[in-house]
Design a protein. Sequence first.
Length: 297
Amino acid sequence: MGAIDEAALALIRRCTDCGDETMAPAAEGFRCRNCGHRYRFDANGVLIALPSAPGLRLPNFYRSRFYARWLQAWDDMVARGWVIYERPLYRFFSLSGHRRIRTALDAFGPTAGPIVDLGCGDGRLLGLLGRRSAIGVDLNAAFLARLKTRAPWALTVQADFNNLPFATGSLTCCTSAHVLEHLYFLAEGLEEVHRVLAADGRFLFTIPTEGGLGWDLGRRLVTGPRLRRDYRLDVQDVMAIEHINDARRVLRLARLYFRLERPAYAPLPFVPLKSLNSSITVTAAPLPTEHELRAAA
Ligand SMILES: [Zn+2]
């Protein structure tokens, strides 16, 4: 672990077991003053902020042999460096949204608190954003362990997107890069981001232009044949569950919770066609708390 980021640690306040927001530092982690639930750091320095019982239940499909085959295919692609991030041309397209977030962050201005990257994976975005106070949140502990090499300054937290260890209204800036399209519980996830953001905070997110011709063609010509040949997987079946939300659905739902400022396509921002771009990046400002969705809580 690098030097302890006190500003980042100070944001860990909410118990993911009982929802109490007065979590306090304790020996080797944090302890809930209300129910006694503890968070501990694992051997890799990852803070485990999971509740003691699992949360929302995913469909059985995510435990099927079909889905296991896809996860194996993905692991193999990562191991062979075949994944889109590892080839210069593909990387130019696939990281276009990450770069837009960096630009949007500069436009938003210096943030008062740490950046919280939700679904940070192995730190692709945080590494790109440069050294600054940051928290990387992901459900996958193996990814978080690898983040230590890309962005060793970041506090790494294992938590569920729908059940974050941050107090209500306590964050100034959340980010997420190519995550929302995967969330089976998308509305719940957006409500959680809305909850943790301060009224003047911002949620900067990028999603693939899923539903456009560009991704469809790429899958027909590159990914599809490979998955069929090597893994007997139909890429359309895989994407139906892996990218459960297309861009239209993500933006529609996001508008219920946020005012979407400066939507920008990439890598061709001046050609506003999702079919010719690979990502769309948005700066989202939370709608007022008296918004009826919030008031119903
Ligand atoms: Zn508690």
